[in-house]
Design a protein around this ligand. Structure first.
Ligand code: RRO
Length: 625
């Protein structure tokens, strides 16, 4: 197997900024606009230019993705000696990119002269056919012609590209003498990426028959036909590569398959891109991406297929998004979270707040509070820290002024109850009990107050007794908002349920610290502050998953809904939480970034349910548990 070149005249990877020389839609790819050709201009030593089969980690410099994406080299053009950097070459490296996820979308949206972070060239290369040693072919299959090892000069070469996998093999084909190989290009529909291919025979297959032979690779190439070749080079989707491996094995033909895998570094250190081989797990980036075909272990075709939630037969569903918290019906499961949606009316000119399932008020205490001194907000990558300190007008003012306006809305009003001691919580609850507010959210999780708040929610005992005390003074639906800081969040949730909670809200913000490096001082007067936003989402999802798992083990009549919060920004996020068992979701920080996000989540949920054939939220709630 050819190694990545090293300091003895071989390629050396560099991390640099490249510039987009051109970005164009690749004609022939179906649907149009699904594949882009991006030419990246680089200045590099000859030794740092790519060889066919290699790839780069590419990241749009102006993009939001943390990591680069592994993209194979399609074509390299040396433009000449660099005028600005002596001893270096100006080159244009062309990549074909399938727009399929966030990273590739950001790359496909780059414009001429935009900057691209490039790390490469990486990985090994397709071995030169001249250097490939062939064993004498032995075959027991009568249908397959038996022949002795071909001489180097006469080796019969077959190159196969499937979908975007045509890019690296087409780059490799360019390094071979024209008309010394056959090239099979397979697509679902249309044809692209073969303009530089000078094959003896170019065979195209399409699933829909729009170009060439109708069908998959198997419609054009089988065990018998592959036996006419000495070496096969292929890149494409796993089922195709698995098929290539099987026919090559059967026909005793040497194959080199270029693999793809999710990776973080491309340098062999993240160990995230391992691939199963007969010699154990191998790193796709460093040990590959090109592997000898018979060394690879492919999962059985059925396991290869993506695991998707099976769509129901009924495609004409009119999804019902309504959910229940005890006996209160929310028309959809999307709730504006406490502290990020004021008293419901502030955003009414920006979007129709009546479309929301519910709105939770700013945290309320018996007495009015001014909140904390000093800096109150601090943005971090993908997150927001806050130290508001429960600023609010006090429950009597709320009841007289804000609550009547909230109750006029068509979203269910939730009063978020807080306090500085259990006694003040109880007094506040008594006042709220006398109003028409449909739901009380007991906040025993505020991270920014010296008394009350999260201190009441840290242990099962305290959370249980706080819930019990409030339960005693109100019959209203009572949901309890928990802190993620407790060491046993599921235990705390079960204690609250035991004490009479009608629902669990999970979770309030996480505690963090920020330092102002110019001043050498903590940013916040209280040092610690609440932290929320997309950065916390996987942790919040883990907590929701654990709590929902614990609740499922309770007898049916003891089970209560979980309302999830934690970095929810899109309908996909909401679906994840619902699949983890949540009945409803609260959107917090993201409303600041995109005030329309809750409406987008409701619309997205509706479309998702239609597509999947789900009639109700219950149809997929908890399906991942
Ligand atoms: O007001 C706040 O500082 C605050 C509250 Br009440 C809360 O529940 N969660 C939070 O992150 N901040």
């Amino acid at each position: 197997m050819a190694e990545t070149k090293d300091c003895h005249g071989n390629t050396i990877p560099v991390y640099a900024k490249g510039t987009v020389g051109a970005n164009t839609i690749v004609k022939g790819a179906v649907p149009e606009g699904s594949v882009f050709s991006i030419k990246v201009n680089v200045t590099a030593k000859q030794k740092s230019l790519p060889v066919a089969g290699q790839f780069y980690m590419l990241r749009a410099t102006k993009g939001k993705c943390l990591l680069g994406r592994p993209i194979s080299v399609y074509h390299t053009e040396i433009l000449g000696e660099s005028k600005t950097e002596k001893g270096r070459l100006d080159a244009s490296i062309e990549f074909l990119i399938l727009k399929k996820g966030k990273g590739t979308t950001e790359l496909c949206e780059l414009e001429k002269n935009d900057s691209v972070d490039i790390l490469g060239p990486l990985g090994n290369i397709f071995p030169d056919p001249k250097n490939v040693k062939l064993e004498k072919k032995i075959t027991s299959n009568k249908n397959i012609s038996s022949k002795s090892g071909a001489k180097n000069s006469t080796k019969k070469i077959c190159i196969i590209g499937g979908g975007i996998g045509v890019a690296p093999v087409s780059g490799f084909a360019e390094t071979l003498e024209p008309k010394t190989y056959d090239f099979y290009a397979c697509f679902k529909s249309g044809k692209y990426g073969v303009k530089n291919v000078k094959a003896k025979k170019l065979i195209v297959t399409t699933d829909d028959g729009s170009v060439g032979i109708k069908g998959m690779l198997s419609a054009a190439l089988d065990e018998k036909k592959i036996s006419e070749y000495d070496i096969v080079y292929a890149c494409g989707p796993l089922p195709m590569l698995s098929y290539v491996q099987s026919i090559c094995k059967a026909a005793n033909v040497k194959s080199y398959l270029s693999m793809e895998s999710r990776m973080a570094c491309g340098m062999g250190v993240c160990l995230g891109c391992t691939i199963e081989t007969v010699d154990g797990y191998k790193r796709c980036c460093k040990d590959g991406p090109v592997f000898e075909g018979d060394k690879l272990i492919f999962l059985k075709p059925s396991a290869c297929a993506e695991q998707v939630v099976a769509a129901r037969k009924n495609k004409n569903v009119k999804p019902d998004l309504s959910v229940k918290i005890r006996d209160v019906v929310l028309k959809n499961p999307v709730i504006g979270s406490s502290g990020t949606f004021g008293f419901g009316t502030e955003y009414k000119d920006v979007f129709d707040v009546n479309k929301l399932g519910g709105i939770s008020s700013k945290g309320l205490t018996l007495e009015p509070r001014q909140g904390n001194s000093g800096i109150r907000l601090w943005e971090t990558p993908s997150g927001l820290m806050n130290s508001i300190g429960l600023q609010n007008p006090g429950i009597p003012h709320f009841i007289e002024h804000e609550l009547p306006e909230m109750l006029k809305l068509k979203a269910v009003t939730i009063a978020n109850l807080s306090g500085s001691s259990l006694e003040t919580y109880i007094e506040g609850a008594k006042l709220l009990d006398k109003t028409d507010v449909p739901i009380i959210e007991l906040n025993i999780s505020c991270p920014n107050v010296s008394a009350g708040g999260a201190a009441l929610g840290m242990s099962c005992e305290m959370a249980g007794s706080a819930t019990k005390a409030i339960r005693k003074v109100t019959e209203k639906p009572l949901i309890v908002k928990l802190t993620p800081q407790a060491s046993d969040v599921a235990g705390v949730a079960l204690s609250c349920i035991e004490a009479g909670a009608d629902g669990i809200v999970l979770c309030n913000s996480f505690q963090g610290v920020a330092i102002d490096i110019e001043k050498g001082r903590p940013v916040f007067d209280k040092v610690k502050a609440g932290f929320g936003g997309p950065a916390v989402r996987p942790i919040a999802l883990r907590l929701v998953y654990e709590v929902c798992t614990a609740i499922r083990k309770l007898p049916k009549d003891k089970q209560v809904p979980v309302i999830a919060i934690g970095g929810i920004a899109t309908w996909q996020d909401a679906v994840e939480f619902i699949m983890a068992g949540a009945t409803a979701v609260q959107v917090g920080t993201n409303t600041f970034a995109n005030p329309n996000s809750m409406i987008e989540i409701i619309d997205g949920l509706k479309e998702f349910m239609k597509r999947k054939g789900f009639n109700t939220i219950e149809d997929f709630r908890g399906c991942a548990l």
